[in-house]
Design a protein around this ligand. Structure first.
Ligand code: ATP
Ligand code: MG
Length: 329
């Protein structure tokens, strides 16, 4: 990072991946295998005993993620719809490691604010399946594209639910590390649930200081981008809060807040914006509560950022949580 800072006037050119969509996506290498999850099936929340893989009928593809495909499937006997994430047996070991990690976390979690896992399967071919509750409105990005930007009451509703999810995860010593619009799922009851634990970290399993670059770097906090400057033993829980702040701003503004609308992101630009620039601020016209809430999330110094538990007491999310479903659809 120091080297890059010195050279940033030098027309530095980095080999960049071809962006596959408008959002910056840079999947970075996982830490060594120490973090790989066990494949043992010990579960309180997620068991393969009740549902057989043969009972599942694939209806359509819901999306492609990093290495896996998610299908909408129907249970033939009960006609219940589920989402089924499949990673092929011959896929990259890193992708498989991420899926094992996701399986282990989903088995351990049990919260209305975290997507529910119904079963996991490891096929003889090596394919891994994760059967999850089907969130029939897709992701927050789906809603943004379909309905346009979110209003403040809608965002307060989203923030309240994501914070409840993060508060739960953090109390379980789980850091998500990839909070972004495509990893927050929505259903028609306007429930918002945290999904996609591929790069999450269970702090309870090791004393690891969570000092490795994983996830999607566009939503990364300054201390994850540049641990040397911001302190090596940074607080990963606070990084999730930074990502939440950026996510809420994006849903309000309609574009990734660290870049002007339409600008093609690249790694160096993002790094300069996140590490050297001031935190992004909301445009004029927003309420004081919203502005203050975002400031509490987007403190560059992680120690100054509010925790999920503190943010749940912030006036922006504590206002009367009246039903907003009608205003969302
Ligand atoms: P990335 O690899 O960067 O995380 P992603 O979040 O799009 O990308 P996945 O988490 O694998 O990748 O999910 C792919 C898509 O499948 C999601 O964007 C979402 O549209 C859909 N999806 C995933 N899980 C569910 C679910 N439980 N219910 C409904 N749709 C889902
Ligand atoms: Mg995802």
């Amino acid at each position: 990072m120091a080297l890059i800072r010195e050279r940033r006037q030098l027309n530095l050119s980095l080999p960049l991946p071809e962006p596959s969509e408008r959002r910056p996506r840079f999947t970075l290498p996982l830490p060594p295998a120490a973090a790989a999850a066990t494949t043992s099936v010990a579960t309180n929340n997620c068991s393969s005993s009740a549902i057989s893989a043969a009972d599942l009928e694939r209806l359509k593809v819901l999306g492609h993620g990093n290495g896996g495909t998610v299908y909408k499937v129907r249970h033939k006997r009960t006609s219940t719809n589920y989402a089924l994430k499949i990673v092929k047996g011959d896929s990259d070991p890193t992708v498989r490691r991420q899926l094992y990690r996701e399986m282990e976390i989903l088995r351990r979690t049990d919260s209305p604010y975290v997507v529910h896992c119904n079963a996991t399967f490891e096929k003889p071919t090596g394919d891994i399946w994760i059967l999850m509750e089907y969130m029939n409105c897709g992701t927050l990005e789906t809603l943004l594209k379909a309905n346009g930007t979110f209003s403040e009451p809608q965002l307060a509703h989203v923030a309240r639910q994501v914070l409840n999810g993060l508060n739960y995860l953090h109390s379980q010593k789980i850091i998500h590390r990839d909070i972004k619009p495509t990893n927050l799922l929505v259903n028609s009851d306007m429930e918002v649930k945290i999904a996609d634990f591929g790069v999450s970290k269970m702090m309870c399993r090791t004393l690891d200081n969570c000092n490795s670059y994983v996830g999607t770097c566009a939503y990364m906090s300054p201390e994850r981008f540049d641990p040397d400057t911001y302190g090596g033993n940074y607080n990963g829980y606070a990084s999730d809060i930074w990502s939440l702040g950026l996510t809420l701003m994006e849903l309000y503004m309609g574009h990734f807040p660290l870049l002007p609308p339409g600008q093609r992101p690249d790694w160096a630009t993002l790094m300069c914006a996140i590490c050297f620039g001031e935190p992004p601020t909301l445009p004029e016209g927003v309420s004081e509560e919203f502005r203050s809430f975002i400031e509490c999330c987007l403190q560059k110094e992680s120690g100054k950022r509010w925790t999920a538990a503190q943010l749940l007491t912030h006036p922006f999310v504590c206002k009367d949580p009246k039903s907003i479903r009608s205003r969302i659809h």
